[in-house]
Ligand binder design. Structure first.
Ligand SMILES: Cc1cc2nc3c(=O)[nH]c(=O)nc-3n(C[C@H](O)[C@H](O)[C@H](O)COP(=O)(O)OP(=O)(O)OC[C@H]3O[C@@H](n4cnc5c(N)ncnc54)[C@H](O)[C@@H]3O)c2cc1C
Length: 307
């Protein structure tokens, strides 16, 4: 395929592993950091005309990059597309803004509603794409609109138009969340800050910290054969806690977390996930569905484990 020259600032063969929290995977053929909606629009326009696939990287906290990398353009939002601003009782955020920073900012401003984001180490765009949630919070309850930029242009969508379901939205890979508005409610800043402190403490108790991981590997199943158990409990009962394949290990503190103990590759993570799924299927008849997203073609059987 011949590709017309990319716009200025686009880098070639850019290593992606260090932009993910699990630190595995290969390079992107093309990589750019758009800092405005206009820049983002021209990059998407170039990619569409050149027939180049597009992937978006937020904080890489729910992303597995194929070891062979990504044959396309990876975008990481910066500048104007990563700001957090208050407007009355609203917080207006760039898609590249970090969600824990938005939660902390809301607390300082005396606004309540975004507390659930304090422990989700992703961006606002990644959270909308994944319909991220924690502690019974609800993104769609506070999200007023998301501005979606694609090769077709820019449009604002209400939560009802984003196709939210458990850990998913209807956004497609070429649709980028450039900005979002959260409608919050006034509250005592000290009370909101103290809720954030409680949530951080609860998280430290329940989950491993300081490890290279993408958080929950599989979604919690709604299959009645799971008997209401979470993916972590099923993996644990199926003997996966501490199980290791090629430097990738199901955490001993939380069996649904895969950690890179040092020299894991994406292939080893996928092989470990395939083994976890097999054990849970054999033991309980429950088919676990991956929560982590795959960028690039990992080839072969393990990739089909992702959905
Ligand atoms: C320690 C740890 C704890 C976690 N706890 C939670 C939790 O409690 N609850 C929870 O829901 N998740 C949790 N996660 C998972 C993860 O943080 C969330 O899914 C988060 O929303 C991903 O955001 P991100 O910016 O890192 O997205 P990435 O991992 O970079 O990308 C994930 C997906 O979103 C897409 N994407 C990213 N940015 C955009 C954008 N601007 N526009 C369109 N698509 C985009 C990517 O292309 C990809 O498909 C945890 C992860 C870790 C490592």
């Amino acid at each position: 395929m011949s590709v017309s020259a990319p716009p200025a600032g686009v880098e070639r063969d850019f290593p992606l592993a260090r932009l993910t929290t699990v630190r595995t995977g290969g390079p992107a053929d093309f990589f750019a950091r758009p800092a405005s909606s206009e820049e983002l629009g021209s990059l998407l326009d170039w990619a569409a005309r050149a027939g180049v696939a597009v992937g978006v990287m937020g904080s890489g906290s729910n992303l597995l990059v194929a070891d062979a990398g990504f044959r396309g353009l990876v975008l990481k939002l910066e500048g104007e597309l990563a700001t957090i601003e208050r407007e009355d009782d609203r917080l207006r955020c760039g898609g590249g803004a970090r969600l824990p920073q938005a939660s902390a900012r809301a607390a300082r401003e005396g606004l309540t509603g975004l507390e659930f984001g304090v422990n989700i180490p992703g961006t606002v765009g990644g959270a909308i794409r994944m319909n991220a949630n924690a502690y019974g919070g609800d993104l769609s309850r506070v999200l007023e609109w998301a501005e979606i930029v694609s090769a077709a242009g820019c449009e604002r969508r209400a939560p009802s138009e984003l196709g939210f379901a458990y850990r998913r939205s209807a956004l497609t890979p070429g649709e980028v969340v450039a900005r979002a508005s959260f409608r919050l409610a006034p509250a005592d800043p000290e009370a909101v800050k103290s809720t954030l402190a409680d949530m951080r403490a609860r998280r430290r108790e329940a989950q491993p910290s300081g490890i290279k991981t993408f958080g929950s590997t599989f979604k919690n199943p709604d299959d009645p054969r799971a008997g209401g158990r979470t993916a972590g409990l099923l993996l644990d009962a199926a003997g996966c806690r501490g199980l290791e394949v090629g430097g990738a290990r199901f955490s001993t503190k939380h069996a649904n977390f895969v950690e890179n103990t040092g020299d894991a590759t994406t292939a080893s993570v996928l092989a470990l996930m395939a083994e976890g799924r097999r054990r849970v299927r054999d033991r309980f008849g429950v088919e676990l569905e991956a929560e982590v997203q795959l960028l690039g073609d990992a080839g072969g059987e393990p990739e089909q484990a992702l959905s």
